[in-house]
Each structure stands twice: as structure tokens, then as C-alpha cells.
Ligand binder design. Structure first.
Ligand code: SF4
Length: 278
């Protein structure tokens, strides 16, 4: 559509999507999602390595519902059929991406935004795709939404460099539009490999696209936000995207509720407030 109204229409569509009211064209017959690799759980736990404190032995831990147990009409996740690469590492994955031209998102990008943070992180945040600032700097979540994400991480008692941050697609969709399904399908294997290489204890999906992609559901995030799922041995929870919080500050309390669940899972306590100077 070539119309002066296009940017406004796109902004509204993104707003509704953040609210979980879209994307409308994705709705289709629901099927049951197959089990998500329970055998990975033991390996993930045994291999987890991080500066983050562990949950003490015997301490209560939230038991996530398995995806197929949740009341979610879902479609098979893109990740279910993906084979594992033995001995994989983030460096090797980045090398394999190369100067990627596997999908049309390569045409308008400046930089491939691979991901950033601790390769041994116990906590990974997955967003949708790079925006303008990310495309320029080559780093995820560095714009206004990124600053808010950094504040959220610090409110959890962590530093940004303690976690790993990445996106579903590595190249900026033109005009910050939502990535198309075929673009997500083409780029997702790299995210799958990143998550398998890091083996985090917790994955937090930021926004509808990340949550729908990892869970393989067409349902809106508002229907399962804050619930625990099992994703290939990691616990996974979806919450609202920081960009949505910039537009809808009233939703911050819901996101903080979700992040407190993550903190409990990781045995984190919020940092003590700094004493006021006299
Ligand atoms: S979005 Fe992913 S698959 Fe598409 S060009 Fe960029 S790196 Fe390649």
C-alpha cells in the first residue's frame, strides 16, 4: 500500500499485535503440539554453568506445565524437527550465518544482529527482530526498548552482561514491520542452535512473535503470558515486549510479576535500594 496513512496503520497493527490481537492471518486449525524433547532436561541441568546462584537442594521450584498440557491450541513448533549440531558454539553459529542472504531481510539490513551476552548465561531473552538502532549498532535491544530491557534486567539483580539477548530474526525487517512467516522459518534454525549451545535454565520470550514462534502456537500472548512451559529442557515464559511497555506503561506491573517468577526460579533477589545521600 502506497499511502501517507501506511505508517499509522502499521503502528496500529503492531499495537494490536502487542496486545495479542493478531496477527489475524495466522489463525488456522489447531493441532496438538508434540512433546518438546524432555531428554534435553537432564543434560541442560547437568551442564548449566553460570555466575547465577542455584536453587538450593530441596527448595521448592515452580513446576512448569508441559506445553501439551497447557490449554493452548497449537501448531507444531518450528524447532521440533531441527537436528542438534554436536559441539556447537556461538562463534561457529555466527560463522555459519556469514554474510547471510538466505531470506529477503538481507536486502535492507545494514548489519546482522546475531546476539549479545554471556555464552554460559542461565537466562536468555528472545525478542522479535532488530530495529533501527540495533541495525546500526549490530547489537540487540539498544534503542529505547533496549534501555528499558536493561533496566528490567538490573531490577532483577543482574547485569546485562550476565544474560544473553537475541532475536527470532537477525536482520531488521524494513520499516520495523513484523517478520513474515517464511523469514522466521528461514532464520529460526540459528536461534535454535544458539539456545542449544547456551542451554539456559530459563528463556524469556519478549512479545507475541517470539512466544508464538518458540511455542508453535497462533494464540495471543495474553492467553499464556506468565505461564511456565518446557522448551527442550529449559523453562520458558512469555511476557510483553519492552516496546509495548513504552506505549502501555500500565502493563509494567504484569511484566514485573512475570520477572519475579523468573527470579524465583533462578534464586535471585532484587538488589537493595541505594541509600539516599543526605
Ligand atoms: S534474517 Fe536470518 S535468514 Fe534472513 S538474511 Fe538475516 S540472518 Fe539470513
Amino acid at each position: 500500500m502506497d499511502s501517507p496513512a501506511r505508517p499509522q496503520i502499521e503502528a496500529w497493527l503492531r499495537y494490536f499485535d502487542d496486545l495479542g490481537l493478531g496477527p489475524f492471518y495466522l489463525d488456522r486449525a489447531a493441532v496438538e503440539l508434540p512433546s518438546i524433547a524432555p531428554a534435553q532436561a537432564a543434560a541442560a541441568q547437568a551442564g548449566a554453568r553460570s555466575r547465577l546462584p542455584r536453587i538450593a537442594a530441596g527448595a521448592p521450584s515452580p513446576v512448569p506445565p508441559r506445553v501439551q498440557d497447557a490449554v493452548l491450541p497449537v501448531v507444531p513448533s518450528l524447532f521440533d524437527a531441527m537436528p542438534r549440531v554436536e559441539g556447537d558454539s556461538l562463534a561457529r553459529i555466527r560463522e555459519d550465518i556469514g554474510d547471510c542472504k538466505r531470506c529477503r531481510l538481507c536486502e535492507a539490513r545494514n548489519t546482522i544482529v546475531f546476539g549479545d551476552g554471556d555464552e554460559q548465561a542461565q537466562l536468555v531473552f528472545v525478542g522479535e527482530g532488530p530495529g533501527h538502532d540495533e541495525d546500526v549498532q549490530g547489537l540487540p535491544f539498544v534503542g529505547r526498548a533496549g534501555k528499558l530491557l536493561t533496566q528490567m534486567i538490573e531490577a532483577m539483580g543482574l547485569r546485562r552482561e550476565d544474560v544473553y539477548i537475541c532475536n527470532i530474526v537477525k536482520c531488521r525487517p524494513p520499516g520495523n514491520r513484523q517478520p513474515e512467516r517464511d523469514e522466521v522459518a528461514t532464520c529460526s534454525p540459528f536461534l535454535d542452535r544458539q539456545l542449544a549451545a547456551i542451554r539456559p535454565r530459563v528463556i524469556v520470550c519478549l512479545g507475541n512473535v517470539a512466544a508464538q514462534t518458540l511455542l508453535g502456537t497462533n494464540k495471543s500472548i495474553s492467553q499464556f503470558r506468565g505461564q511456565w512451559f518446557d522448551f527442550r529442557g529449559s523453562k520458558m515464559l512469555a511476557t510483553y515486549h519492552p516496546a509495548f511497555l513504552l506505549r502501555t506503561p500500565s502493563a509494567k506491573s504484569e511484566v514485573w510479576t512475570d520477572l519475579k517468577k523468573v527470579m524465583a526460579e533462578l534464586g535471585l533477589k532484587p538488589p537493595k535500594p541505594k541509600p539516599r545521600s543526605a
